[in-house]
Design a protein around this ligand. Structure first.
Ligand code: NAD
Length: 256
């Protein structure tokens, strides 16, 4: 099937590479008018040109830039239907050696950005009858991944915030839905960077499953995002969609 996002206008943050790039590519293929945003301007622009989309440079921790991105999107396409809060970083550190700077940066890139994105997109989506916000979470929101402690905190906060946004919009009957996706072990630049960062901080991998022990591909997540972005999921609001090949529910050995 194609055209699952026909007539939809979608902003995807952190779309220059990894999961955001896969979302952007699939959304454009399914008929959406896509706005890719990222701090990485060259890669973002290159992908936007390739898939027939628009690139806007954005640091998602900058509140003023969020207002500009959303108003520039409405000026360009007349409305906003979908926001994927996807941009992210991983700073390796356990509860004792994670630095305050790493903790604050992690919370800012993940949670502050989700707060700004929801805050400024809800009224704009509501104006045209509704929309879908997809927050990229992680199984780190439900599992204790001690070697990325601040990352767990940020993802836990995003999961909780997603529910608050969903209920708020439901009570307002504004047509806006908000759900979270919880991936694990999808090979992207972020996941590939983890072993080296662990070596630097811990002198090797701690005795715990590494994020890349089971591997998926970016489109495994992009199809989940596509479903949540489309009207096919019109009855989904406040849900946590785990896309992790049973990683977060397994006790003991995992299927290969
Ligand atoms: P990635 O590193 O491949 O891509 C992240 C993108 O975000 C990059 O393009 C980067 O430039 C951008 N970015 C970073 N900081 C930014 C900022 N301040 N402003 C704007 N853009 C910024 O990572 P990924 O694996 O594709 O992760 C995407 C999302 O999925 C993240 O929120 C991540 O936490 C989440 N996630 C990924 C996995 C996985 O297995 N890959 C698992 C769980 C959750």
């Amino acid at each position: 099937m194609t055209g699952r996002l026909e007539n939809k206008v979608a902003i995807i943050t952190g779309a220059a590479m990894g999961l955001g790039a896969a979302d952007a590519t699939l959304f454009a293929k399914e008929g959406a008018k896509v706005i890719l945003t990222d701090v990485a301007a060259d890669k973002g622009q290159e992908l936007a040109d390739k898939i027939g989309a628009t690139f806007m440079q954005q640091d998602v921790t900058d509140e003023e830039r969020w207002k500009e991105i959303i108003s520039d999107t409405v000026n360009l396409h007349g409305k906003l239907d979908v926001l994927v809060n996807n941009a992210g970083i991983v700073e390796v550190g356990d509860p004792e050696n994670q630095t305050t700077e790493e903790y604050r940066k992690t919370m800012a890139v993940h949670m502050d950005s989700t707060f700004f994105g929801c805050k400024y997109s809800i009224p704009v989506m509501a104006e045209s009858g509704g929309g879908s916000i997809v927050n990229m979470c992680s199984i780190a929101s439900v599992q204790g991944e001690s070697y990325v402690a601040a990352y767990c905190a940020a993802k836990g906060a995003i999961e909780a915030y997603t529910r608050a946004v969903a209920v708020h919009c439901g009570l307002k009957k504004n047509g806006v839905r908000c759900n979270s996706i919880h991936p694990s072990g999808i090979i992207t630049p972020m996941v590939e960077s983890v072993p080296e960062k662990m070596e630097a901080k811990f002198g090797g991998a701690p005795n715990q499953d590494a994020p890349a022990s089971k591997q998926g591909e970016p489109n495994d997540i992009a199809y989940a995002a596509l479903y949540l972005a489309s009207d096919e999921s019109k009855f989904m609001n406040g849900a946590q969609l785990r896309v992790d090949n049973a990683m977060s529910v397994a006790s003991g050995s995992m299927p290969e």
